[in-house]
Ligand binder design. Sequence first.
Ligand SMILES: [Zn+2]
Length: 177
Amino acid sequence: MIRKIHTFPDSVLRKKAQPVENIDVDISELLNDMTETMYNQKGVGLAAPQVGVSLRVVVIDTTSGEQPDTLLHLINPEITAAEGEQTGEEGCLSIPGEYEPVRRYNRVTVKAFNPAGEEIEFEAEGFLARAVQHELDHLEGVLFIDRIPPYKRDIVKKHIKRRIADGDYGTIEDVQS
Ligand SMILES: [Zn+2]
């Protein structure tokens, strides 16, 4: 089932997400719905807070469904090591239509649980490492616009305000400054 994507400045995007305690049928359903929602929007990643669920659950597919074996379902993920540096343009399904360059680690080691409840560990580099860092930020209530220079953040926020006023953004809430 496709779920509603919550957009900035929705407060659910600012909450620290809670760890999953039991990987049960509700979590499987959440993961399936998040995957469907991500593919529907041609996204490469989605974190549970973006569908209004404040839990540490993330889906990532850097091919956006072109190669389904690249799909990752991560529960309670953590970055255990990080190195190097990369800068690349980033967007977010919760901040539709806005893109800015963001500096990230180039390589990360990730620990998580899979839907079978097994602990997994893997290394990610380049674009996948970027997607992992972006999605894990969501679990801390952090958005990519928090990682750009303040003057640019002001420009993006003003732009969003104008788009909301024009009915061109996808939320009717007021942007907080
Ligand atoms: Zn995002």
